[in-house]
Write a protein that binds this ligand. Structure first.
Ligand code: ATP
Ligand code: MG
Ligand code: MG
Ligand code: MG
Length: 577
């Protein structure tokens, strides 16, 4: 393919855009790849769209290779499935909500677990149908508190999301492994330097979860890795094991309950209040009406931690906060955990407990203890383990303690070093949370229903454009790996003379015939402008056809190393293919 810059819809900028703080944002705008259209919303111009499509192609090839099948859902979704799983309320302000002309509630999909689960329920019924893996490459919407850095954190962005459906835990493990392998191949092909770190499952729920972080200063995630072992984790997920005795110091003996005896609301409230973790725990006659609040050390405000309603899962936060509505205990999942390190991530509640066992505490910096959480039926109680090793302050709150560089690695090998990264992929073993919500069962060989277990796997496709640019640039501009570059070769004609232009045309024609895509700078601007644009745009191989043509040579420049080589004009096509 030949792209002529004389007619390409492209204007490069000499100045950095005022709102751009990170290199990828600056350069993608300056080189004419993207333009801001709305807060957190970007338009893709021809060169940018090519990079995006190249990334999508690599992602699709590797997803197809593990047997995942591509489908596509709408982005505009009815609220009911999200009410059924509780995420209509749990997503909070992050969810874009819309009303149609009849007043019905819709949302713009932030992620599609609900829809995929329902789709499989709609089509499949027998154990013989499973396993199945489905994916889409689709636009997602999240009203991010802080959209930033161009396409790095958009409010509208492209995600590849896939979902696996298996009959048992071994199947889920196998699907998870397949995805992990595919992700490694994808990010390797994209030329990324990245780490795979233990992660928290956050808003998705579930157990095993890992993130792929592209190493970059501009990243919003901090991870730690051990100097001596393969241990690596997002700091959010670092679990510091602590002996219970130590962590329970400072709690009055009477308020520590180790055994899952049937609790009364009084003992529960006493315990939670006594732990200093939870301030308000109100209940009506039954344990239906539960409101749990927590406060961060040094903060005046108590934060809503848990709420819950039996039955109808749609809850009105304001009414709940006012204690007007009964609730099942569940967590506000899209809370700002960076700012509120003591928030518990995950679920506390009968539904979640059935789905996930008793493991839902992910943020490690929580007080250690055992609390009871009881469902609407008093007999239905569960033990909640709260885990931390951190110190109490005299008022019963917990001293903030970050995982720091130099701390001992939690696996006992070596010390921790910290670095920053960009979350480019996230894989989860969801388990049965969504299958439970929609009763997704397969009829087993004995005609008994088998509850399906799921995994969910995301890649930030549009974010990858910026992540790659963060790692592949210099002071002059972008330096794309060939796999994603908008062209294979950038051919610059330097000189006014017709023979030079003709020479350029000839080489471009031959390259194109050989399947090499060429960005052809055939404009009548000065060589200086052309060279500056070639550096800025960042195609990995630059061919300069100029004065040397008279001697039968052209110059080939490697954009990454800056190395220039004079090549015989007849050999140049072979040289760059
Ligand atoms: P982050 O921690 O950066 O907010 P997330 O954990 O909320 O991301 P997931 O729900 O795991 O994101 O979504 C899967 C992938 O989608 C992420 O790994 C990331 O690459 C991408 N992604 C998430 N939010 C955005 C966004 N606002 N803009 C661009 N890409 C995003
Ligand atoms: Mg997020
Ligand atoms: Mg994240
Ligand atoms: Mg994530």
């Amino acid at each position: 393919m030949i792209t002529r810059m004389s007619s390409l819809f492209l204007r490069t900028l000499r100045e950095d855009p005022a709102d751009a703080e990170v290199p990828s944002h600056r350069l993608l705008v300056r080189a004419g790849y993207v333009r801001r259209a709305a807060p957190g919303g970007y338009s893709w111009l021809p060169l940018g769209l090519r990079v995006l499509r190249n990334i999508e192609r690599v992602v699709r090839e590797e997803m197809d290779a593990i047997g995942a099948q591509e489908i596509q859902f709408p982005a505009l979704l009815p609220k009911e499935p999200y009410v059924a799983t509780g995420r209509w309320s749990e997503y909070g302000d992050t969810l874009f909500r819309i009303k149609d002309r009849k007043g019905a509630d819709y949302l713009l999909g932030p992620t599609h677990e609900e829809l995929f689960t329902l789709a499989v329920k709609g089509e499949y019924s027998s154990y013989k149908d499973y396993p199945v893996m489905l994916y889409q490459v689709q636009t997602k919407y999240r009203d991010e508190a802080r959209p930033r850095a161009g396409v790095l954190r958009g409010r509208e962005f492209v995600m590849k999301d896939s979902y696996s459906f298996d009959l048992d835990d071994e199947g889920l493990e196998a699907s998870y492994r397949k995805h992990r392998g595919a992700y490694i191949r994808i990010f390797d092909r994209l030329g990324l330097d990245y780490v795979i770190v233990a992660a928290t499952s956050g808003a998705m729920g579930g157990s095993a979860s890992e993130e792929f972080l592209a190493t970059a200063e501009a990243g919003e995630d901090t991870y730690v890795r051990s100097t001596d072992s393969g241990y690596a984790a997002n700091v959010e997920a670092v679990v510091t094991p602590a002996p219970p005795a130590r962590a329970l110091e400072g709690l009055p003996e009477a308020q520590v309950h180790h055994t899952p005896d049937t609790p009364t609301i009084e003992t529960l409230v006493d315990f939670l209040n006594g732990a200093g973790l939870v301030r308000e725990f109100t209940a009506a006659d039954t344990l239906k009406n539960v409101l749990v609040k927590t406060r961060m050390p040094g903060q005046k405000e108590w934060t809503l931690l848990g709420i819950g309603v039996p039955g109808d899962r749609e809850v009105d936060m304001k009414r709940l906060e006012a204690g007007l509505e009964p609730a099942e205990v569940a967590l506000v999942e899209e809370a700002d955990f960076a700012a509120n390190p003591f928030l518990v991530k995950g679920y506390i509640g009968p539904g979640a407990l059935q789905a996930n066992g008793v493991r839902y505490l992910v943020d490690p910096r929580i007080v250690t203890g055992t609390a009871w959480v009881t469902g609407a039926d008093k007999a239905d109680h569960h033990v909640v383990d709260l885990v931390c090793g951190r110190d109490f302050t005299p008022d019963g709150t917990i001293e903030a303690a970050e995982v720091r560089e130099g701390d001992a690695s939690p696996d006992g090998h070596g010390t921790l070093v910290a670095a920053r990264g960009i979350e480019i992929g996230h894989i989860f073993q969801l388990g049965r949370k969504y299958a439970d919500a929609f009763e997704l069962d397969a009829l087993g060989p004995d005609s008994k229903p088998v509850r399906i277990t799921m995994g969910s796997y995301g890649i930030g496709v549009s974010r990858l454009v910026a992540a790659i640019a963060e790692q592949h640039h210099d002071e002059l501009g972008l330096v794309w790996p060939r796999a994603v570059s908008p062209a294979d070769v950038h051919l610059v004609v330097a000189g006014k003379d017709d023979t030079v232009f003709e020479g350029g045309e000839r080489i471009v024609g031959e390259l194109s015939q050989r399947g090499v895509s060429v960005l052809f700078d055939d404009r009548t601007v000065s060589p200086g402008v052309k060279f500056a644009d070639a550096e800025l745009i960042g195609v990995p191989t630059i061919v300069v056809v100029g004065k040397g043509l008279a001697k039968g040579v052209v110059e080939v420049k490697d954009r990454a190393t800056g190395e220039r080589t004079e090549i015989d004009v007849d050999a140049v096509v072979d040289h760059v293919t």
